[in-house]
Design a protein around this ligand. Structure first.
Ligand SMILES: O=C(O)CCC(=O)C(=O)O
Length: 255
């Protein structure tokens, strides 16, 4: 596990680039158990589930009844569905990291992410350029997600791409489409997208990223399902706005 100086350097990188790889976050034994639990839950199709067909991203089946229509995209509520998933989302390293980053007690939101994401070789969709802040309504646009790779993640199996520094960029609303995807068809946006990087993640690595960092992911061109555990955190003073989806589930205190 990282020492204090490593954590401060990671936080510096997140502030500068909008994302940072936290290597070897989960050790081999714990990783084996997480993978076993993840696969068992996918096979048993334990609810609540979100399907590729529900979102209709490029490459997704056209409906739940079309070929591949039952392909799962997310096993929702990772925190509630399996104690080992909850344990890693609330690990003391994550708590210390988030408290140092936010400068105050921190909480996990259960309103979005909080899931085991799967990307299937067949029928797994690609995700266009976006900022995750589109999923939430908080007092301030300052949340951090932690994405834990349960297996290898690289360009060819649908690994994440990030635009370094994009969390600090300001854009007029028309740079995004109606669903708040960053429009790749615009020359000014394309120039920014060209600077993107896709960090290769080894099994057990994590990548932490800011809610305003532009990111995307391709299709899984491999032959195995990719599994990732994803959670999001914020500081106590940055409250979810009343009456929005962000208050729809009780949050998790990290301390
Ligand atoms: O794995 C993917 O397709 C990207 C997921 C993502 O960026 C998201 O759910 O916000």
């Amino acid at each position: 596990m990282a020492g204090q100086s490593t954590m401060h350097e990671q936080i510096r990188q997140l502030r500068e680039n909008g994302f940072v790889v936290v290597p070897k976050f989960i050790g081999p034994d714990a990783l084996a158990k997480l993978n076993e639990a993840a696969r068992a839950q996918l096979v048993a199709r334990v609810q609540p589930l979100e399907f590729e067909a529900d979102l209709q991203y490029p490459g997704a089946p056209s409906s739940r009844t079309a070929a591949g229509g039952e392909t799962v995209r997310r096993l929702l509520d990772a925190y509630g569905r399996e104690p080992a998933f909850a344990q890693w989302g609330t690990a003391s390293f994550v708590r210390d990291w988030m408290e140092t980053y936010f400068g105050e007690d921190s909480l996990m939101s259960r309103a979005h992410h909080n899931c085991l994401m799967t990307k299937h070789p067949l029928y797994g969709s690609l995700t266009g350029w976006h900022r995750d802040i589109r999923y939430w309504s908080f007092e301030r646009e300052d949340l951090v997600s932690a994405w834990f790779a349960l297996g290898e993640e690289e360009v060819d199996n649908g690994g994440l791409w990030f635009v370094p520094g994009s969390h600090r960029m300001e854009f007029e609303a028309d740079r995004f489409d109606e669903a708040k995807f960053f429009r790749a068809d615009r020359a000014d946006n394309a120039e920014i997208i060209r600077t993107a990087e896709s960090p290769r993640l080894a099994p057990g690595d994590a990548v932490f990223f800011h809610c305003n960092t532009l990111h995307s992911a391709g299709k899984n061109l491999g032959d195995a399902v990719k599994f990732s555990l994803v959670y999001t955190y914020h500081g106590r003073s940055n409250a979810p706005k009343a009456g929005t989806r962000s208050t729809s589930k009780p949050e998790v205190e990290l301390r």
